[in-house]
Design a protein around this ligand. Structure first.
Ligand SMILES: Nc1ncnc2c1ncn2[C@@H]1O[C@H](COP(=O)(O)OP(=O)(O)OP(=O)(O)O)[C@@H](O)[C@H]1O
Ligand SMILES: O=c1[nH]c(=O)c2[nH+]cn([C@@H]3O[C@H](COP(=O)(O)O)[C@@H](O)[C@H]3O)c2[nH]1
Ligand SMILES: NC(=O)CC[C@H](N)C(=O)O
Ligand SMILES: [Mg+2]
Length: 519
């Protein structure tokens, strides 16, 4: 089997807010890449054997004392190097050019104009010698290093793109990785495929083949357990591992009574019935509700839910004979975000992020087959593995579930009401075509009563709030402008169909200062 990691791009991160986007663009060109901190040792770079290197942007200025720099031997490796913004400035300085503060900071759209014939990297990038680009910089290259030519400029940056085609060194002051550079995708595709010569082997089918082979190799005949939540990551991990080792995998699905409507049955139908995966369903609703009774503090509720989850998961897994492996749905952003600049620290964040976590005394080896993948790649392999479209494309659902969407004390009565309201809301978002434009949507139960009138009678019932947000990274988010007619229909259905609700409100708070969840 061809090794799909044999052609790969190394991205060195200087702290740009866009570095992950560079990696996404490379992956979209079906080429494998990894993101590492700028100070990666040269021996490690050589061992990585990249087909090409991309140096990211960064907040510092290259001429400042102590500015981040790369192992200089990197430029002698003989592989193509593309420097973006800070990366270009660093490369210029290294080869004897000069970098100075520009007259003014430039942030936003600009028109890039080609000087003559820019060469291979720019195939398809210019239309009539021009291309719109996105800029974000305060410094610029004032003296072009010997051996390099200027290939393009903007009004504010006379040296906006440079290259030495012979040595295959390229620098751009603009940001090809952001959506605001409309032909940026083509640019990065050309760099990795034409300039670096990668053939684009990183496709969903091949990723699956490769992961299956690796799982079989690592696990051998041993047994694996996995906490299955019905969410995207753990579901795709389960399907993938099952394809590799079949019955050696046992999933533990904990029904904590805080799941969405019919979620437990859906998980069982998809995995146990259709895919033939061994799933132990633990009905723990009563235990969770009993533990939560009387508690209304959000942080303590989270702790109770997380703690009980670990306890139950631990109990169940100790009953699975000879399990040596704990599988988790850790994905690449988890690895990058938790590692900050360093690799290998990913488990910490996941265990606090994961409801399951990793009980110390379990002594299980970790199996994380999605560790190298972005969410969109996880979704495409989920589809390729035959998981239902709705499961693969559903919005994320927090580990504590409805526990953080019922404000204050959690009661079964509230959870039942909320489940129904939420199901109507989501169903309507699907049928009106909004669901896939929204990053996350859900209903929240407010334990306050208000007066209403239904038929000829007075009602005195609870309130449901609807939330829908748009976000790329879930760190900041804007509320989604759901049209009035959709809001009217959803509110009408909830009030009419859900007993116990006589008022619906729409949450128009962004994050920050609000958060996405209400608790
Ligand atoms: N009810 C549950 N039963 C078993 N395991 C669970 C449950 N809830 C969460 N987990 C475990 O905790 C992990 C983290 O949950 P998280 O919500 O971050 O991911 P996910 O549910 O797999 O995907 P998504 O982000 O799409 O919701 C899951 O991958 C799963 O292993
Ligand atoms: O697995 C999880 N366990 C949690 O305890 C948790 N709390 C919030 N979230 C999800 O994180 C994203 C950001 O949410 P907040 O703006 O509310 O912090 C949103 O997507 C939230 O749904 C959680 N996910
Ligand atoms: N986005 C960047 O990489 C900026 C690089 C450098 N800090 C500048 O201001 O020019
Ligand atoms: Mg989840």
């Amino acid at each position: 089997m061809p090794d799909i990691h044999s052609q790969k791009i190394l991205i060195l991160d200087f702290g740009s807010q866009y570095t992950q986007l560079i990696a996404r663009r490379v992956r979209e060109a079906h080429v494998y890449c990894e993101l590492h901190p700028f100070d990666m040792e040269f021996s490690a770079i050589r061992a990585f054997a990249p087909s090409g290197i991309i140096l990211s942007g960064g907040p510092m200025s290259v001429y400042e004392p102590g500015a981040p720099a790369v192992a200089e031997e990197l430029f002698e490796l003989g592989v193509p190097v593309l420097g973006i913004c800070y990366g270009m400035q660093l490369m210029s300085l290294h080869f004897g050019g000069e970098v100075v503060p520009a007259g003014k900071r430039e942030f936003g759209h600009a028109e890039l104009v080609a000087c003559g014939h820019p060469g291979m990297l720019y195939d398809g990038f210019f239309a009539e010698g021009k291309s719109p680009v996105w800029m974000s910089h305060g410094d610029h290259v004032s003296v072009v290093p010997p051996g390099f030519e200027v290939v393009a400029q903007t009004a504010n940056a006379p040296v906006c793109a440079i290259q030495d085609e012979q040595r295959r060194l390229y620098g751009v002051q603009f940001h090809p990785e952001v959506n605001h550079t409309p032909r940026g995708e083509i640019f990065i595709d050309t760099f990795v495929r034409k300039v670096c010569g990668c053939s684009g082997q990183w496709t969903p089918g091949k990723i699956i083949e490769d992961a299956v082979a690796r799982i079989r190799h690592d696990v051998g005949t041993e047994r694996v357990i996995l906490g299955l939540s019905g969410g995207v990551d753990s579901s795709v991990a389960a399907a993938l591992i099952h394809r590799a080792i079949g019955d050696q995998l046992t999933c533990v699905f904990v029904d904590n009574g805080l799941l969405r409507l019919a979620e437990g049955d859906q998980v069982m139908a998809t995995f146990a019935e259709n895919l033939g995966v061994k799933v132990i369903r633990v009905n723990a609703e009563e235990r969770f509700l009993a533990a939560l009774a009387g508690e209304s503090d959000p942080e303590r509720k989270r702790k109770i839910i997380g703690g009980l989850f670990v306890e139950i998961f631990d109990e169940e897994s100790s009953r699975i004979q000879d399990a040596c492996w704990l599988a988790q749905g850790t994905i690449y952003p988890d690895v990058i975000e938790s590692a900050g600049a360093k690799t290998g620290k990913a488990h910490n964040i996941k265990s606090h992020h994961n409801v399951g976590g990793l009980p110390e005394h379990m002594k299980l080896k970790l199996l994380e087959p999605l560790r190298e993948l972005f969410k969109d790649e996880v979704r495409s392999i989920g589809e390729e593995l035959g998981l239902p479209h709705q499961m693969v494309w559903r919005h994320p659902f927090p580990g504590p579930g409805l526990g953080v969407r019922i404000l204050g004390e959690v009661k079964k009565e509230y959870a039942d009401i909320l489940r129904q309201a939420d199901a109507i809301y989501i169903e309507e978002l699907y049928s009106s075509g909004h669901y896939h434009k929204i990053s996350q949507a859900f209903a929240v139960f407010l334990p306050v009563k208000s007066v209403g009138v239904m038929g000829d009678g007075r009602t005195y019932e609870y309130v449901v709030a609807l939330r829908a947000v748009e976000t790329k990274d879930f760190m900041t988010a804007g509320w989604y402008p759901l049209p009035y007619e959709d809001l009217a229909r959803i509110s009408g259905r909830i009030i009419n169909e859900v007993k116990g609700i006589n008022r619906v409100v729409y949450d128009i708070s962004s994050k920050p200062p609000a958060t996405i969840e209400w608790e």
